[in-house]
Design a binder for this molecule. Structure first.
Ligand SMILES: NC(=O)c1ccc[n+]([C@@H]2O[C@H](COP(=O)([O-])OP(=O)(O)OC[C@H]3O[C@@H](n4cnc5c(N)ncnc54)[C@H](O)[C@@H]3O)[C@@H](O)[C@H]2O)c1
Length: 439
């Protein structure tokens, strides 16, 4: 049972939150849940972190980090001061006053939403939660999940939502690797099942973050706005990827075009082309919206088209590389720089680099992979250890292919020594190599 004073109303729960007496539970300690847990610790709360991955719980209890952005000293200190307790004992959910669900929401093989992790977490909550608790879903999902899927599971416990227990949705907006925006200075959107649910969720986030909390009328609105944010990115990236293919044919530097367009102070926002889209969000979230459209008889043509364009980029990259390398790819050695789905992160889930690697492997190209954030790259049943970037490695290669522009790469060395560079990210503005090509 809860160790805090017995509460009987939303007022007491809100007061316990603002005075930091409330204990917070985070379910799912991944790229979203772990930084969130430690930010909440930083704001003076005691946090219990729940994950069903025993390996992650062991690492955290030893003060070790598995996320590039999360320094070990922060984890060590939080554990040492007994402010953070990573555990796989879900019975402890009964001790917390606020539960935040940060579990994965991938797609199934057929591209439809897989919300099984949310359903599992909701059942675990239902079995362990006590009265007067705020439950917030942060995982990205299709509109209706909080109200139609999570609510009925939690209510099985005879707890009345909005009275005995409070349920809200608030999308996570964390941008791993972003040095300007973190959990604490990124505004939050909140939608509650009832006005009380929204109110207590707003109080919670206003206590935890240093910027605005924007309340919408329902969880559905908040779920939809998150899908809009990421679909907006997916479609704009596809647009610029298509323009880059056209620019190539017309012998126009797409990067110069984007720079020029960016001088317009209104009505234009720059997006950059690349070898495709990756990570847990941009290739996945629009598919949730596409599926939601299908359930309502709407064909979301723009999402499908954007998907096709982004998915065509790895082949476009390999075709261009083949044109520049002066021999058959099965006879060539190519050094790939960067596999992470974005710069300076170790997350390479659904990274377009994996598709490029697969195509190059099919073409029997001899590959070497450099990525200072990743030790071993695993693609389906194939794995390859990454190697350090050395002069010898570059000199031996027929081409250096830059797929992710990590900042801690010696680009000057590549510029000086590579026989050929194909740069899909417009990485290093001062490349002088005579065989330097950009996407
Ligand atoms: N990664 C991002 O940059 C990002 C940004 C914004 C939103 N999101 C969304 O946040 C959610 C989480 O993404 P992530 O990248 O942190 O995923 P992740 O895979 O890194 O972490 C999820 C964690 O949840 C754990 N887990 C799964 N089911 C569980 C259960 N039933 N009980 C306890 N733990 C469980 C897993 O073991 C894992 O450690 C997704 O919906 C994603 O779309 C992610």
């Amino acid at each position: 049972m809860k160790t805090t004073i017995k509460k009987s109303s939303i007022a007491t729960l809100s007061e316990n939150i603002t005075t930091r007496k409330a204990k917070i539970g985070i379910i799912g300690l991944g790229y979203v849940g772990l930084p969130l847990a430690l930010e909440i610790v930083h704001k003076g709360f005691q946090v219990i972190g729940f994950d069903k991955n025993d390996e992650k719980i062991d690492l955290l209890n030893r003060g070790q980090s598995y996320i590039t952005d999360m320094p070990e000293t922060i984890i060590e200190q939080a554990i040492y001061k007994e402010q953070f307790e990573p555990t796989n004992n879900f019975a402890k959910l009964g001790e917390v006053d606020v539960i935040i669900i940060c579990v994965p929401t991938p797609t199934a093989e057929d591209g439809t939403p897989n919300i099984s992790y949310i359903i599992e977490a909701a059942h675990t909550i239902e079995q362990n939660v006590s009265k007067d608790t705020l439950v917030i879903l942060e995982s990205t999902t299709y509109p209706g999940t909080t109200e139609e899927v999570v609510r009925p599971i939690i209510e099985k416990n005879n707890l009345m939502i909005g009275h005995d227990i409070f349920l809200a949705y608030s999308p996570e907006r964390i941008d791993p690797g972003n040095r300007n925006f973190s959990v604490s200075n990124t505004p939050k959107v909140v939608g509650g099942i009832s006005p009380y649910c929204a109110e207590v969720a707003r109080v919670f986030y206003e206590t935890v973050i240093n910027t605005n909390v924007y309340t919408v009328k329902s969880p559905k609105v908040a779920e939809m706005e998150k899908l809009l944010e990421n679909t907006f990115r997916q479609i704009n990236i596809a647009l610029v990827n298509e323009i880059s293919q056209l620019c190539h044919k017309m012998d126009i530097d797409v990067w110069e075009v984007i720079d020029a367009a960016s001088t317009k102070p209104y009505g234009f926002m720059p997006f950059t082309p690349g070898p495709g889209v990756g990570g847990h969000c941009i290739p996945v979230d629009p598919k949730y919206l596409l599926w939601a459209g299908q359930q309502h008889g709407i064909t979301t043509t723009m999402i499908e088209t954007a998907d096709k364009i982004n998915e065509s980029m790895p082949s476009f990259v390999v075709d261009r590389l083949a044109q520049y390398v002066n021999k058959n790819l099965d006879d060539a050695e190519v050094v790939i720089i960067g596999v992470g789905y974005k710069p300076d992160v170790n997350d390479y889930r659904q990274s377009p680099a994996l598709d490029v690697i697969n195509i190059l492997r099919e073409k029997k190209c001899n590959l070497k992979i450099v990525d200072p954030f990743i030790e071993t790259v695993v693609v389906d049943n194939w794995k390859m250890d990454t190697v350090p970037l050395t002069e010898k490695l570059i000199l031996r290669a027929d081409a250096v292919l830059i797929l992710t522009n990590h900042t801690n790469i010696n680009y000057a060395l590549i510029d000086e020594r590579a026989a050929l560079i194909f740069d899909t990210r417009n990485t290093y503005f001062s490349f002088e190599n005579k065989n330097y090509y950009k996407l």
